[in-house]
Design a protein around this ligand. Structure first.
Ligand SMILES: Cc1cc2nc3c(=O)[nH]c(=O)nc-3n(C[C@H](O)[C@H](O)[C@H](O)COP(=O)(O)OP(=O)(O)OC[C@H]3O[C@@H](n4cnc5c(N)ncnc54)[C@H](O)[C@@H]3O)c2cc1C
Length: 435
């Protein structure tokens, strides 16, 4: 490992900033530090930044994986910023060192912890093993392959019961991810089934959202929640409210009510939690294992460590784990950090401002809600706004062009950008070639 990248201070001024995780928060912090006279090292377990809001489109064949991933080294070329590919295994706050899985240590003067969250399986090993989820690129590609594999499998399945199981796609969780994923799968079927699978009657296919609460996308006002439900149903999907999935063995979903449902595919979109590793990190842990920080996002006992994004729990309350919170927390943390070296004025305490939310409901339809202006609506104009905003937020011209090409194919020619079934590495061994 080269000396600079390993964190040895080339400036000799004791301004080594190490950023753990290069997601929305970590990368925003690294970009905000581009022109500052500090030495920045970003550590991430993967070599690319992942635009998670469009992951479901990789799973539903709308986008190629390459469109939502940008290599860190391409982004961090300018300024005194470096990238290390490595998995963080721990932090020693007394010695001010980060430990990596290759047994190396990385010294810091200021540490920004932005390791994000992981899928919340509520400690259920069987669901963890058998359900599909959407967190990384591999998971999204695996889910797409699973959906395509299920169509292939059912298309030559003589047993009607088993065929129905293969054609039953369930999504646990009626939040934004669950709803977007369900609508995406339904849209994929509207394109693929009549064109490529004449042997499957679309009426045999079930796409069902299993929601514990009494409405979809509960963070939206009631009329928009209702609009989302109606849209899912208009696309041919079903919604079950007030159901709690207790187990899934790969063929049968069991509910806490005692009921069960035969289905081969369960997508788990029931929330996120802090990665297990965070339990050993310094600082008190709050809701969902998040690290409690002060109103400048610092761990009170170790003010040279700040926590950003999904992992941070500021004193003002629990925030939604979304990209705007990650971005705002990162920008604020950087200003506080620079102020601690007299490189910038100290900002006022951190306050999160909710810029609003959007959820896509398949092609040409979305809901959006902007609480600060008291407006929200559903329809094509919301979808156009969503499209424009997401295109603007994708990093890099190359990624934007790839996205535009895929979307052109999806939306103008009513096709799917990606219909390749890669050898899946999912939970179900039957997916493997010959399985
Ligand atoms: C499918 C999906 C859809 C979403 N859609 C939206 C949306 O539409 N709008 C919205 O606002 N939010 C959305 N979110 C939430 C949003 O993506 C997160 O709130 C945001 O990414 C949090 O930013 P972060 O920087 O804290 O974590 P992340 O962006 O998750 O980044 C964490 C980084 O840490 C790295 N990392 C983790 N552990 C280690 C380790 N041990 N060692 C080294 N590196 C590690 C990861 O590789 C990753 O790059 C979505 C999330 C998902 C999963």
């Amino acid at each position: 490992m080269n000396k600079e990248a390993a964190g040895e201070d080339p400036s000799g001024e004791g301004r080594r900033v190490v950023i753990l995780g290069g997601g929305f928060a970590g990368l925003t912090a690294a970009r905000a530090l581009e022109k500052s006279p500090v030495h920045v090292t970003v550590v991430d377990a993967r070599n690319y930044y992942l635009f998670q809001p469009l992951l479901y489109q990789v799973a539903t064949g709308d986008l190629h994986a390459e469109a939502v991933a940008t290599p860190f080294r391409r982004i961090l070329r300018k300024g005194s910023r470096h990238f290390i590919l490595g998995t963080v295994t721990g932090v020693d706050p007394e010695r001010k060192e980060v430990h990596l899985n290759d047994k190396t240590t990385l010294p810091y003067d200021r540490l920004l912890v932005a390791l994000g969250s992981t899928t919340q399986f509520f400690g259920n090993d069987e669901i963890t093993r058998n359900a599909w989820h959407l967190k990384g690129l591999a998971e999204a590609e695996n889910l797409r392959s699973r959906v395509l594999f299920s169509l292939e499998r059912s298309s030559r399945c003589p047993d009607p019961e088993e065929r129905r199981e293969w054609l039953t796609f369930t999504i646990s969780g009626g939040g934004a991810t669950g709803v977007e994923c369900a609508c995406g799968i339904l849209e994929l079927f509207r394109v693929l089934l009549p064109r490529d699978y004449p042997e499957i009657d679309p009426r045999e296919v079930t796409v069902r959202i299993l929601q514990g609460g009494e409405s979809l996308i509960p963070e939206f006002p009631v009329p928009l929640r209702e609009a989302a439900r109606k849209r899912v149903e208009a696309l041919g999907g079903q919604v079950s409210f007030g159901v709690k999935v207790e187990n899934f063995d790969g063929r049968t979903i069991r509910f806490s009510s005692g009921d069960s449902l035969r289905a081969r595919t369960l997508v788990w979109a029931a929330g996120v939690t802090a990665p297990a590793l965070i339990r050993q990190f310094p600082g008190e842990k709050g809701e969902g294992g998040r690290i409690q920080v002060d109103n400048r996002l610092r761990i009170p006992e170790y003010p040279d460590i700040q926590v950003l994004g999904d992992l941070a729990q500021p004193p003002e309350g629990t925030h939604p784990q979304v990209a705007p919170f990650a971005i705002q927390s990162a920008r604020h943390a950087v200003r506080t950090l620079l102020a601690s070296w007299n490189l910038a004025p100290l900002p006022p305490p951190f306050v999160y401002r909710d810029p609003g939310s959007m959820v896509v409901l398949g092609r040409y339809n979305a809901v959006c809600h902007f609480p600060q202006w008291g407006v929200g609506w559903q329809g094509k104009s919301a979808w156009v706004l969503w499209l424009g905003l997401h295109l603007a937020k994708i990093l890099g011209t190359r990624n934007r062009l790839l996205t535009l090409i895929d979307w052109g194919q999806d939306y103008l020619f009513r096709s799917a950008a990606m219909e390749i079934l890669r050898p899946p590495q999912g939970p179900d061994p039957q997916d493997r070639p010959g399985g």
